[in-house]
Design a binder for this molecule. Structure first.
Ligand code: FAD
Length: 408
């Protein structure tokens, strides 16, 4: 069987993960990324045991790419009263860990591995449009490329999605009207400050403070060097401040705000939170509108398919956007094995959607629910098990086998 010629648009998280698997399967893969270098707007995110197992399957060690094992987390009311301590790791039977990924390094590791598996990496190349009927991609420099399969892994503001579904009906939306502020604090500054020094120790890597309408989560990343603050709030609390800086910073998901505004939003929180904001890089406060999307009626059209945030963006309350993109990559890897030819691609893309739909939409729905306030410990445990116990490789293999039995 001749290998498939595959173009993947977007080298964020899902794109390079799919490139590793599909190149390893023997296909001719080219990964197009419009950014000239690595280092997107996101700084860090959670990897759960299910996605860590996927990364291992792809030959990626999360701790080797600056990730920090999540181990224990503690959760407090906004004024600092502890209500839960949660152990994340310590279950060897999971064969995967919960960790905080340092986005830039993980992305680099994924792209390097894709390259070593034979994928062609094209950085600084922007895809401007596609032609679905001929499976052709057009680039900003006016050139084109015709392939057997186009994978849209180009994130929440996907340029591929409008070719698959009607973009006047299906588009990302701020379904809970929340925004998210991010800042980073050097861990050394936290240890040296008498108000915050107790927040970081060898056991607890994440601390969270919750009010009814706001949430502050801080966790250790970058080999223990930085503390990533992710702080959600109703969007009107930060929307009055206009962004400044270059064009890239004026996007709806990456606006600058001042320390003063940040402190005003969280002024009634524990003094530890306010001090953490004061210790953060004052030029580094960024605000995103949190977006997700309702179900779309199809994930593929002819030989064009969507994956990751391009297909099913989720809000960070369920800490699984990147994990879902990685699981998508694994499902595509299993379904588009070396013996799949062009004639089978559309069928396999429909199977991909059937396999993934229920899971990613549950994650989206959980994220929406969790934004509205904390759930009971039993609910949280059940959701954690739902996330962590999923075997992306095994499930895709099992469903493929059933499908092949049905069609044979
Ligand atoms: C504040 C915040 C906190 C988050 N926290 C978590 C968390 O704790 N856990 C978690 O799992 N997820 C989290 N996420 C979500 C996570 O970052 C995304 O879900 C994940 O990055 C999705 O991966 P992706 O590959 O689908 O898309 P992306 O990572 O967005 O990558 C898309 C890529 O496509 C490129 N691109 C776009 N258009 C084009 C084009 N026309 N041509 C070429 N290239 C293009 C972009 O430059 C980008 O590199 C968080 C997100 C936010 C905003």
């Amino acid at each position: 069987m001749a290998p498939l010629k595959i173009a993947i648009v977007g080298a964020g998280v899902g794109g390079p993960a799919a490139a590793i698997g599909l190149a390893r399967n023997g296909h001719i893969v080219t990964l197009y990324e419009r950014a000239a270098s690595i280092g997107g707007v996101g700084f860090a995110f959670r990897i759960t045991p299910n996605s860590d197992r996927c990364l291992k399957f792809l030959g990626i060690d999360i701790l080797a790419s600056g990730g920090v094992a999540a181990d224990w987390s503690r959760f407090m009311t906004c004024d600092g009263r502890m209500f839960a301590e949660v152990q994340e790791n310590g279950r060897p039977e999971e064969k995967g860990i919960s960790a905080f990924a340092y986005r830039t390094e993980l992305q680099k590791q994924l792209i390097d591995e894709a390259s070593s598996q034979g994928a062609h990496i094209k950085m600084g190349v922007e895809v401007t449009s596609i032609d679905v009927a001929s499976c052709t991609i057009s680039f900003a420099d006016g050139s084109t490329s015709s392939v057997d399969l186009i994978i849209g892994a180009d994130g929440v503001h996907s340029c591929i999605r409008p070719y698959v579904v009607d973009s006047s009906v299906y588009f990302p939306k701020a379904s809970t009207a929340d925004s998210c502020l991010r800042a980073t604090v050097p861990c050394q500054a936290i240890r040296d400050d008498p108000i915050t020094s107790h927040i970081i120790d060898d056991k607890f890597r994440l601390s969270g403070w919750r009010a009814d309408d706001r949430l502050v989560i801080g966790y250790v990343v970058d080999r223990g060097r930085q503390f990533n603050l992710v702080c959600t709030h109703p969007e009107e609390l930060s929307s009055s401040e206009t962004s400044s800086g270059d064009d890239a910073e004026k996007t709806s998901y990456n606006q600058k705000i001042s320390l003063e505004t940040a402190k005003t939003i969280y002024k009634d929180f524990d003094k530890v939170v306010v001090r953490l904001l004061e210790l953060a890089d004052p030029g580094g406060f960024r605000v995103w509108k949190l977006m997700d999307m309702d179900d779309i009626p199809r994930w593929s059209k002819n030989r064009v398919v969507l994956m990751g945030d391009a297909c099913h963006p989720v809000m960070p309350f369920g800490y699984s956007g990147a994990s879902m993109a990685i699981e998508d990559a694994i499902a595509l890897t299993v379904l588009l094995s070396s013996d799949v030819g062009v004639a089978q691609v559309e069928d396999r893309l429909r199977l991909f959607e059937r396999i993934r739909r229920a899971r990613v939409y549950r994650v989206r729905d959980e994220s929406r629910k969790r934004s509205a306030g904390s759930k009971s410990e039993a609910d949280l445990r059940e959701y954690r098990n739902f996330l962590s116990s999923y075997d992306a490789v095994g499930y895709a293999e099992q469903e493929l086998k059933k499908h092949q039995e049905l069609v044979s």
